[in-house]
Design a protein around this ligand. Structure first.
Ligand code: BGC
Length: 387
């Protein structure tokens, strides 16, 4: 957490949250300290097969996070504005049924492969694989039942790094067409500074491809508060990956200079969103992978800064991944009612997904997403909030 962080904050986890279905949001809010609080678990809902889905509430350094065991979904992420007023800056729903029925990956963990694989096909070590196809001809975000729709085992922790959750999921060999049993561990940590860190870890017993990410839809004015077109965005990237009409990269690493894709210096998202560049017309806005200038790094390095001038809230993203998918909420169409009861329309939230490039398994020139037995997949993304 950067500037102006209040030390007197309300506790999301206070007063022994009563078990409730359908995401009851009633909470006591006594004044507390900015010290971390042990994650608190409550029932959020029950899936059709009887599986119970829990919601974990945690708080540290002034950031409040609520996470579902279903999809590892960030159901709420609250941070203060420049006057200390909290808002949930992550779009989502207040009940499990909507997540199951109609979520465009709100807040979810994405796997095995973030973004698209063309025709859901790839070849690895001479063997061809056919994945679950769920986006026209292509496979998107892991296929029809990706990690966003799986129930994760959640284990809370409090240690010197902060308070957090370990989320475990084992994806069986052949699930959604992917080879190898993939054991995945994702750790969400809230640090004492209020940063939210995601650590992804995976191992496999057969050669496979992996590209894990998080699909939080940000609106720093608060979810349901309207458009993100006034948000200012900076992305540390000189190039991006243009796509075909199915949003599969052509393989070119095109320069952003002189195009609406130039976010090297912070600018309002709305400034060039209607420029009519053919790449924007195909994607109905921004929905592309930016090639981060820093490349793959051993430690997380700066990727992007998002700022909402009216609330003063800001978000900095650092990662060791080489790419960032900026999606300007183009397919939100006024049919979904969000957490606080307001409808989401086009551009009411945006995603900044740290990742390897889409369709990398079919582009030998892109950084490799292959994971082999004996190797450990490890990536980290750090979200730093300010106001
Ligand atoms: C993709 C969009 C897609 C969205 C799903 C984003 O990561 O880039 O094309 O529509 O996820 O809601």
């Amino acid at each position: 957490m950067e500037l102006n962080r209040r030390t007197v904050i309300a506790s999301a986890a206070a007063a022994g949250l009563a078990a409730t279905t359908l995401g009851g949001t009633a909470e006591a809010t006594p004044a507390g300290s900015s010290k971390g609080r042990k994650p608190v678990k409550e029932l959020f809902g029950t899936l059709a097969d009887g599986t119970k889905v829990h919601r974990w509430s945690l708080e540290n350094g002034g950031t409040r996070l609520k996470v579902l065991s279903y999809g590892g979904i960030v159901q709420s992420l609250e941070i203060p504005d420049r006057r200390g007023r909290y808002a949930n800056v992550s779009a989502g729903f207040d009940n499990l049924d909507d997540y199951v029925a109609s979520s465009p990956y709100f807040g979810a963990l994405i796997g095995r492969y973030g973004n698209r694989i063309g025709k859901g096909q790839f070849t690895l070590d001479g063997k061809s694989y056919q994945l679950s196809v769920n986006d026209g001809d292509n496979s998107l975000h892991g296929g029809a039942k990706g990690f966003d729709k799986r129930v994760w085992d959640v284990e809370p922790f409090t240690d010197s790094s902060g308070v957090g959750l370990h989320l475990h999921y084992t994806s069986v060999d052949g699930e959604m067409g992917y080879p190898g049993t993939l054991k995945v561990k994702v750790t969400y940590t809230l640090t004492r500074h209020g940063d939210w860190i995601i650590d992804y870890e995976a191992t496999t017993d057969k050669a496979t491809v992996v590209n894990l990410t998080s699909h939080v839809y940000w609106n720093l004015g608060g979810e349901g508060s309207g458009t993100i077109e006034d948000h200012e965005l900076q992305i540390a990237a000189t190039r991006y990956t243009p796509t075909d009409s199915g949003l599969i990269p052509t393989g070119e690493l095109a320069k952003v200079a002189g195009t609406p894709f130039d976010f090297r210096h912070s600018k309002p998202i709305g400034r060039d969103i209607r420029a009519g560049h053919e790449q924007q017309v195909m994607a109905k806005g921004f929905d592309h992978n930016w090639v981060l200038d820093k490349g793959i790094t051993a430690k997380p390095e700066h990727a992007a800064t998002l700022r909402d001038p009216s609330s003063g809230r800001s978000l900095k993203i650092a990662t060791n991944e080489p790419g960032l998918q900026f999606y300007s909420g183009n397919f939100l169409d006024g049919t979904l009612t969000g957490t606080s009861g307001r409808v989401y329309r086009q551009g009411d939230a945006l995603c900044l997904e740290t990742q390897h490039f889409p369709d990398a398994p079919n582009h030998p020139s892109f950084p490799s997403t292959v994971l082999r037995p004996g190797q450990v997949y490890r990536t980290r993304t750090v979200h730093t909030f300010g106001s």
